[in-house]
Design a protein around this ligand. Structure first.
Ligand code: PSU
Ligand code: MN
Length: 306
């Protein structure tokens, strides 16, 4: 075990006995959802993972310590931290070296999960290529991380505030498998349909676990993205959410929002415009992804690494 990682006792024990563990990110807690729903969501998702027979491992940097697995008190304190850094590959080590507190994005969570030996990670939606990237150059480091770090990321696709077509093109270029879970069309975060064909379709956690073990035996490095759509009852239809996204993008533009602030700003603005509906759906999809991630982790635990 890497000596920079601070494992919680429960995660440490699960890993020692080869039991299923699911990593969870913390940027969604500090920058993706408002208090106190962020804490409720974080607790609920941990409980869901335990119900499926896996151990949750929420990842964050607290006063310079890189934690894999948080106590409930740590989770609550983090959910109330107003000035947490939003950490990616570029600044994860900075937060540790400077003894800061920060939440981990998809990219930073993957790095910590890999170091700890956690193979599966559940989130809402990954970052990707922002609309207008041809001039802003704003492309999330999540995409590069998926190409190099061997963790299975379970998501509802990439967030629909992004240019989804360009995002999935980049993933294809970087050799990241994108698996539509039970569907032929990739989901678009809040809605089921993106108009983009799923490059690979798989229908069971066992199939995904077999796929992963074959990738390892072929020495194919990097992660994979599972895109798990919401059910029809839970989704927000594309036209409805699309209107709120366009309005939020126009506000971000008018206010000169850029860089790391862009995604949190857009999520908060869509929450306001939708009267809270986007947040309820975001929580629904994180729940659904956590359940699936736990099933995949259990399937992997039955197939020890060669
Ligand atoms: N999923 C959600 N809400 C979020 C995120 C994911 O449902 O807020 C976070 C993840 O941490 C992801 C980040 O890595 O948004 C993307 O940020 P950026 O676009 O700045 O790379
Ligand atoms: Mn960015």
């Amino acid at each position: 075990m890497n000596d920079m990682i601070q494992l919680s006792p429960a995660v440490s024990e699960a890993l020692r006995f080869g039991r299923a563990v699911v990593a969870l990110e913390s940027t969604i807690i500090t920058h993706g959802m408002p208090w106190p729903r962020n804490l409720e969501m974080a607790r609920e998702v941990e409980a869901l993972i335990r119900e499926q027979g896996a151990e949750p491992a929420t990842i964050a940097v607290i006063d310079g310590a890189l934690h894999v697995g948080l106590t409930d008190a740590q989770l609550e304190a983090l959910a109330q931290t107003r000035d947490a850094l939003k950490l990616s590959r570029a600044d994860l080590a900075y937060a540790v070296a400077a003894k800061r507190t920060g939440s981990t994005t998809v990219a930073a969570t993957m790095i910590a999960a890999k170091l700890a030996g956690v193979e599966v990670f559940a989130t809402g939606g990954i970052g990707g290529v922002h609309k207008g990237a041809e001039t802003s150059f704003d492309i999330s480091a999540d995409l590069d991380e998926l190409s190099q770090t061997a963790v299975i990321v379970v998501s509802a696709g990439a967030k629909a505030i992004l240019d989804l077509k360009k995002t999935f093109e980049v993933l294809e270029t970087k050799g990241v498998p994108v698996v539509g879970y039970g569907v032929d069309e990739l989901p678009a975060f809040w809605s089921r349909r993106s108009g983009i064909k799923a490059p690979i379709r798989m229908d069971t956690p066992d199939a995904i676990a077999d796929f992963q073990r074959v990738r390892e035996r072929l020495e194919i490095t990097g992660g994979m993205l599972i895109a798990n759509p919401l059910t029809e009852e839970l989704e927000i239809d594309g036209a409805t959410i699309g209107g709120w996204i366009d309005a939020a993008l126009a506000d971000a533009d008018a206010q000169g929002i850029e860089g790391k602030a862009t995604t949190p700003f857009l999520l908060q603005r869509i929450f306001e415009l939708s009267d809270g509906r986007s947040l309820a759906t975001n929580i629904d999809l994180v729940r659904s992804n956590a359940r699936l991630a736990a099933e995949i982790a259990v399937a992997l635990a039955k197939r020890p690494k060669a």
